[in-house]
Design a protein. Sequence first.
Length: 295
Amino acid sequence: MRKKGKFIIKLVAVGVLSGILFTGAGDAKIYAAQEYTVTAQKTIMYTADKAVVYTAPDLQATIVTVISPNLPVDVTGITSNGWYQIDLKGIYYIPANGLREKPDESQLKSYQADEITKLTKGTFSFFKNSELRGFTKDDIEEMDDNTYIKYLDSYLMGNHVIENCILVDSGLTLKEAYEGASAADNKVAAITMKDYLVNYRNQYLEDSFWGPVRTEEELKVTVNRAIRYDYKEFSTVYKNAIVGSESTKMESVLNEVIADIKAEQGITFTCEMDYGSYQNEEGKSTSGWIIEFTR
């Protein structure tokens, strides 16, 4: 008999209770829903440990995504009720405690050659595939997340073909995107093309975790991807017509997945889950199970 994993059923997403966001023991900040104004401010800030992105400066608004720590964010304004307005391929909002002025130096990664080799373990044979050089934008768009991440990793390992890498969101080559950004943005010009690709890969990896995933097998792929890249925490959305909003069915799915992962790899995850709203790829609000995994 499989032993059940640990589940904490969250009544309201992201620690919200009656308009209060709990940020630590004894520490709470009020972000009440109210009318607000925005004071324009153009600056770059960096994400804190859990930078949750919302469609409006209100904790009851739809969650768009969660951004990993230490990533630069374009801030375009400050709201009168204590939020940052950001530009993330659209106008969104992050609570004040989700951003900081400088990155946390203790958490920054240098991505030396041996670290990149460890991160990209298992992709070398993929890199050796000569067909990579002939991929087009259409080929890239048809790839699943796992294959595309391997494609990016192969370029991290093969510097001599790095300029042929195609970025899936724009269809541009890495060289075109990097040089275009460098001309308009000094902070991009200050990093190498390889670092630019590492940043792009990591952001794509975050997006691929978010989902939504629709079957147990897809959920296992997501968890295995987190193990491969040594993520201790990540969030995803599970949306399945059979499970719907029934917590007992969702618990059963997670029990099976976590038990299989432990049996196959000896690694255990705990989960917090909440049925709530999120924004899909088309920008529309929809509902599903928002699951936070902790290793």
